[in-house]
Design a protein around this ligand. Structure first.
Ligand SMILES: [Zn+2]
Length: 486
């Protein structure tokens, strides 16, 4: 199994973790709004990876965090005059629900940042003790990036360059370096406030009473506290969107390697590509913001999985109406092919008519190509291409396959696709449709063509179409064109 490691910029063999499952941590959402299809992309990518690895007997523990304390959450809650933790709780629920709808069930543990305050404090104290963190009065504790010589090694930026990065880097007068980030942010709590376990709410900001003073954690320390608790100071795989490389993941490395003195913090870093909508970054102001809920209203969850799987996880996806139509058509083509094969397999016609050149078994090659693609840094587009190759190779002779051959192809197709999280299986034609089709066959035999035509129309009105095959009529569900614009 080869994986592209962002840290080394090379494909590396995935090694077994001695006596324990592989440990994978993936950055989850900051819960302050409905999850959108960009979040879904990352989650689907890692769901496919974990499914595949587990299908190949890898043991793997999959941990994802939920950022429920963050400036963005606090800002939104203030505007809405809501408790930020309650607001985060609402969107966390909706995120988990969306994941279920999308068939993402590979995550073992979702860890909420606010449940890890003692761990966070412990890690910050270690950093203070070792000289990596410093205090700014009335502001908080900060990480001194100049003290960590490797800062920038993941994103290939030097510490000096790193200072240019301002995305989610906390501003404070008194920082030693521009790129220093907050570990703990003080919240000014009235002096008469009694210490308690639950967070206090001061001007809409949650504050925990700790040995470092009243305050709340910075974003980056939440993740390393969570992973240290579950995985220890070093683990196998860390994933997330490409945009999190800097400063977020860089900060995670700095914190954990400084705190433990052990390198590397994570063996392999996996980053998923961007998702744009109609060529642009998704944003509410650009009018191209698509939530998972909106997508599900108009499309099947599997169609989003298809869009994701038909691109390599590191490549960008440009979501457009035609990307969606491609997914709809590909899934329909596969479903219809499986239904045809199933019709062939269940037909009583003996294999006497099987053409000679059709006797060899093409599924072995498909399975081999499918696995080779997946083992090569999860090349899902190539794995899907292997599936279509099998369809293209066998479809011209489909009615002359033996029943066993047809069954074998069904098995290969369903097994490969199930590994990627698709739920495909033969769908039998409903009995009432079959009956009409038989009546129509009889009319045709008796040369009652007007009647036969009327029966065909009846079948079509019920949402099916008749395909006349050498084995008799086969009714397939009418393909539906999606007219929705999302
Ligand atoms: Zn994270």
């Amino acid at each position: 199994m080869l994986l592209y490691n962002t840290l080394t910029e090379k494909k590396e063999a995935l090694g077994k973790s001695k006596g324990r499952p592989l440990r994978l941590f993936v950055c989850g959402p900051t819960v302050y709004g409905e999850a959108q299809i960009g979040n879904a992309r990352t989650s689907l990518n890692f769901d496919i990876m974990v499914r595949y690895l587990r299908s190949q007997k890898w043991r793997i523990t999959y941990l994802q965090n939920i950022t429920d304390i963050d400036d963005k959450i606090i800002d939104k809650a203030r505007k809405q005059k809501e408790n930020p933790l309650r607001l985060a709780g609402r969107f966390e629920k909706s995120y988990i629900k969306s994941m279920k709808t999308l068939g993402i069930d590979t995550v073992d543990t979702y860890a909420r940042a606010s449940d890890y305050i003692p761990r966070i404090i412990k890690q910050i104290k270690t950093l203070i003790k070792k000289g990596y963190a410093y205090k700014i009065e009335k502001s908080g504790y900060y990480f001194d990036i100049k003290k960590f010589k490797d800062y920038g090694k993941l994103s290939k930026r030097t510490a000096a360059q790193a200072e240019d990065g301002i995305s989610r880097i906390d501003e404070s007068i008194g920082k030693r370096n521009k790129g220093d980030f907050a570990l703990w942010k003080f919240v000014e709590v009235p002096t008469n406030k009694k210490p308690r376990k639950k967070p206090a709410l001061v001007n809409g900001e949650p504050a925990w009473h700790t040995s470092l003073g009243w305050g709340r954690p910075g974003w980056h320390i939440e993740d390393t506290a969570i992973t240290e608790k579950h995985f220890g100071p070093q683990y196998d795989l860390h994933g997330g969107g490409m945009d999190l490389k800097f400063p977020h993941h860089e900060a995670e490395i700095a914190q954990q390697e400084s705190a433990s003195g052990k390198k590397p913090f994570v063996k392999i870093w996996l980053h998923t590509g961007f998702l744009t909508v109609n060529g642009k970054k998704m944003s509410k102001s650009a009018g191209n913001f698509i939530t998972i809920d909106t997508f599900i209203k108009h499309h099947k969850p599997e169609e989003l999985r298809w869009i994701v799987a038909s691109h390599h996880y590191r490549s960008p996806i440009n979501y457009t109406e035609s990307t969606v139509q491609d997914a709809v058509q590909s899934l329909q083509a596969i479903q219809e092919y499986i239904n045809r094969l199933s019709f062939r397999a269940s037909s009583k016609q003996k294999s006497g008519k099987v053409k000679k050149q059709n006797r060899d078994n093409p599924t072995k090659e498909t399975t081999k190509k499918f696995h080779e693609s997946m083992e090569n840094d999860f090349n899902t587009p190539q794995a899907l291409a292997a599936i279509f190759e099998l369809i293209n190779q066998t479809q011209s002779n489909i009615w002359y396959l033996s029943s066993a051959q047809a069954k074998n192809i069904i098995k290969t197709l369903t097994q490969s696709l199930t590994t990627l999280g698709f739920n495909v299986k033969p769908i039998p034609t409903p009995q009432n449709i079959k009956k009409i089709a038989q009546e129509r066959e009889l009319s045709r035999t008796n040369k009652q063509f007007t009647q036969a035509d009327a029966l065909r129309k009846k079948i079509e009105a019920l949402g099916y179409r008749v395909e006349d095959t050498p084995l008799g009529p086969l009714c397939l569900k009418q393909t539906q064109k999606s007219h929705h614009k999302t």
